[in-house]
Design a protein around this ligand. Structure first.
Ligand SMILES: [Zn+2]
Length: 339
């Protein structure tokens, strides 16, 4: 597209065809020839404009690539919006897409549990960068067996560590764009730090006793730690673990004893466990509102209120504040009217 734009402006220049008054037929021929040459070379020039073809694993990671890569990068996400990365298995077509990429970008920290082996194998043939691994280890939450919670993106300050790592990976493949990648990464990291402050200020408006976020799975522990919410996932850190009956009873007890007003479902996780907790609470005489649907491990489709990480985080904060702070709101979730 950049090459097309350049050609458009070249042709628009007033005297490209007309030339200066003294231009001869020969000069005119040269100009037409130059134009034809530009058209013939256009596909190559356009490819040069988008210097790096990236395949990202999730929509969250693809968004990071877009923010840092700008026009120099073409990115596709292996998983579509609304897809759960913990249980995602690569198709044969995915393996082809990954092999054709100049760069593979993953979240890492075992978020893409079922893709780990494939990514390890591909790493011998293609450059692979796991962006979440740029977060300093001291800031990660251990989950046992030497592993860390991979859901770092909804703590905007933590995520601000990732753009620079991606910029360096892109710069290695496209030296001509290095300065641009670094500049874009810096600007994006700065936006994330500002967003971090805005989110903290907004969530501080929820009364302390109501700052409990019950969600379908443990995708919000960094978010909760950063912004002062107690976070309880019905399922564990991976959707691959099943919620047991004891977990359910413990949650219902928590809801009843703390008079928690609302619980949340997620765009990429089935609702059945959250529904079970609501039924349990209702049986104990404590109706539990469905607070809304949060973006967790996947962003929303293009044009939705969660089509970038920044927008998804803002949308989540709106949903949470509306449900927990007692602000009047009507949210429709899967045909069910809440509040
Ligand atoms: Zn998750």
């Amino acid at each position: 597209m950049a090459a097309l734009r350049r050609l458009y402006f070249l042709v628009r220049q007033k005297n490209f065809f007309e030339g200066p008054k003294r231009s001869s037929g020969k000069v005119m021929f040269q100009r037409v020839f130059a134009l034809l040459l530009a058209v013939v070379l256009l596909p190559a020039a356009d490819h040069a404009a988008a210097a790096v073809r990236v395949v990202a694993t999730t929509t969250v990671v693809a968004d990071l690539v877009r923010q840092v890569g700008g026009d120099r990068v073409v990115v596709e996400s292996l998983m579509a919006d609304g897809v759960d990365p913990h249980s995602y298995r690569a198709t044969p077509r995915d393996a082809d897409r990954l092999l054709r990429a100049d760069l593979i970008v993953a979240n890492g920290l075992h978020l893409e549990g079922k893709l780990a082996q494939l990514l390890d194998r591909l790493a011998r043939r293609r450059p692979v960068v796991a962006v979440a691994e740029a977060v300093p280890e001291a800031k990660l939450l251990p989950i046992g067996n030497g592993l860390f919670d991979p859901h770092v993106w909804f703590d905007a300050a933590l995520w601000s560590h990732c753009p620079a790592a991606l910029a360096e990976a892109l710069a290695k493949l496209d030296a001509a764009g290095a300065a641009e990648y670094r500049q874009r990464a810096d600007a994006y990291a700065e936006r994330l730090r500002q967003l971090d402050e805005q989110v903290r200020a907004r969530l501080a408006g929820i009364p302390p006793s109501r700052r409990v976020l019950i969600t379908a799975h443990d995708a919000f522990r960094y978010f909760g730690r950063a912004y002062g919410l107690e976070v309880v996932g019905v399922q564990g850190t991976s959707t691959e673990s099943e919620a047991g009956l004891a977990d359910m009873n413990r949650l219902v007890e928590l809801v009843v004893s703390r008079r928690i007003p609302a619980v949340f479902v997620e765009t990429s996780v089935a609702d059945r466990n959250v529904t079970a907790v609501r039924e349990g609470a209702a049986a104990r005489g404590q109706p539990l509102t469905l607070g809304g649907r949060l973006y967790s491990d996947a962003l929303g489709p293009p044009g939705s209120d969660g089509d970038t990480l920044e927008r998804a985080l803002r949308a989540n904060v709106d949903t949470i504040v509306n449900a927990l702070a007692g602000e009047s709101a009507t949210v429709t979730v899967a045909g069910e009217e809440t509040r």
